[in-house]
Ligand binder design. Structure first.
Ligand SMILES: [Fe+2]
Length: 416
């Protein structure tokens, strides 16, 4: 490696590891987005030769996948190394110039992992800078929520079923096609769960104490109100119109950009820790902790979120103005009326959760202490976790019931 390429690599690595501080703020995103009805079909008319399609099983019979014939690889569920090995062998033999991922977050994660291995010879490519090695990666999401269609992350389970998150700007899809026609077949539960995940991505990047910047604040203020405007219809199980579907897809995609620049916070840390103990979809693990997290820091973010609530009042008016309290109440009502809360209660009844285990897992997130809107020590983290779990019937093993009623102590922590 000569001196100039070494310097380039070094600069790329600095960029890959870059996160904001209050004194030094930046924004990076190396992808492109096309959004509108029919953008996928239009793009396919000029698609590069040697295109491979990685499609969700639910889209295996989609006309575009059928038309691709032998160029389509069908995946199902969250990716594992063992599950991807045969597809990787197939693709390595075909050497595609580009991979089109057609599916939800797990399908796009599968395509990212495959593209990573084809480019770098390994799934373990944390912070490896991108060169010109093919294949290109194109994401056409069929859900709206995970943000994988634009983010610099993928999650892949290893041989022990442990989910490993890999981060690199080189994994951001080269092109993201947001086609609301692809969201037509997604049912009301999938739409609501996805909208909530994207909303929490936008929320947590907006209230991060040190990493939030004007760049990502603009993303939250522009897109979170559109999700809130769609919320009543989603909660009622109504089929959204094309403009609403497009707004939800754009919100999810831009939330994927936001979480690539600013790390998620308390709700995601506790939700992901809960997922290690019980089988719930990712957005439902977030729902468990939204009220307790919001109550713990709402006073600290009142000034910061005024602009967001003004935009929400304009785009998604409701009888009471938007605030941390009405935000929490609106989502709580949506999960209750849609019946999704019952899935959480059923999961907890089947497998009571250990608060000790949950807090031990969550405490590994060393970013949280400095990014939470209020300083967060182990005691405060435990109280928020206990309050979140304590809102559900019999969710806990007997190691945390006394903590579940003490959330008010968190609010006594002085502001920085
Ligand atoms: Fe998420």
């Amino acid at each position: 490696m000569n001196a100039s390429s070494s310097a380039c690599t070094k600069a790329a690595l600095v960029l890959d590891r870059f996160y904001n501080t209050p004194a030094r703020q930046g924004f990076h995103w190396p992808g492109r987005i096309l959004s509108g009805p029919g953008v996928l079909e239009a793009w396919l008319k000029d698609a590069p030769a040697g295109l491979a399609i990685v499609a969700d099983r639910a889209f295996a019979a989609h006309p575009l996948v059928v038309a691709a014939g032998g160029a389509a690889c069908v995946v199902d569920g969250e990716p594992t190394r063992a599950g991807l090995d045969p597809i990787l062998s197939d693709l390595a033999a075909r050497r595609p110039s580009a991979i089109l991922a057609l599916g939800g977050g797990a399908t796009i994660d599968s395509a990212k992992a495959l593209a990573a291995h084809l480019r770098f010879g390994s799934f373990d490519i944390r912070d490896r800078p991108r060169d010109a090695t093919p294949p290109l990666l194109i994401a056409a999401p069929t859900t709206a929520g995970s943000g994988s269609e634009t983010s610099r992350f993928f999650i892949l389970a290893d041989a022990s079923a442990v989910k490993i998150s890999t981060r690199s700007w080189s994994l951001v899809p080269d092109l993201t096609l947001l086609d609301p026609l692809l969201l037509e077949s997604l049912g009301p539960a999938g739409l609501l769960l996805g909208a909530f995940d994207a909303a929490i991505h936008l929320w947590e990047t907006h209230v991060a104490r040190g990493e939030a910047s004007a760049f990502t604040d603009g993303i939250a203020q522009a897109h979170l109100p559109h999700i809130l405007a769609a919320l009543p219809g989603l909660a009622a199980g109504l089929k959204p119109d094309a403009a609403t579907r497009q707004a939800l897809m754009e919100a999810s995609a831009m939330a994927g950009v936001a979480i690539s620049n600013v790390r998620t916070g308390l709700i995601h840390t506790l939700g992901e820790s809960l997922a290690a103990q019980c089988h719930l979809p990712h957005p439902l693990t977030l729902r468990v902790f939204l009220p307790a997290a919001m109550a713990s820091y709402s006073a600290a973010i009142a000034e910061k979120t005024q602009g967001l609530w003004r935009m929400a009042d304009a785009l998604a008016p409701r009888p009471e103005p938007w605030s941390p309290e009405t935000f929490t109440a609106a989502w709580t009502e949506a999960f209750t009326t849609s019946g999704l809360d019952q899935r959480i209660a059923t999961a907890f009844a089947a497998t009571p959760v250990s608060l000790d285990h949950l807090c031990t897992t969550a405490a590994r997130d060393t970013t949280l202490a400095k990014e939470n809107p209020l300083p967060l020590d182990a005691n405060a983290l435990r109280l928020v976790a206990a309050a979140g779990l304590g809102a559900w019937p019999a969710p806990l093993r007997d190691d945390g019931m006394a903590d579940a009623t003490r959330l008010r102590e968190v609010r006594r922590i002085p502001r920085p």
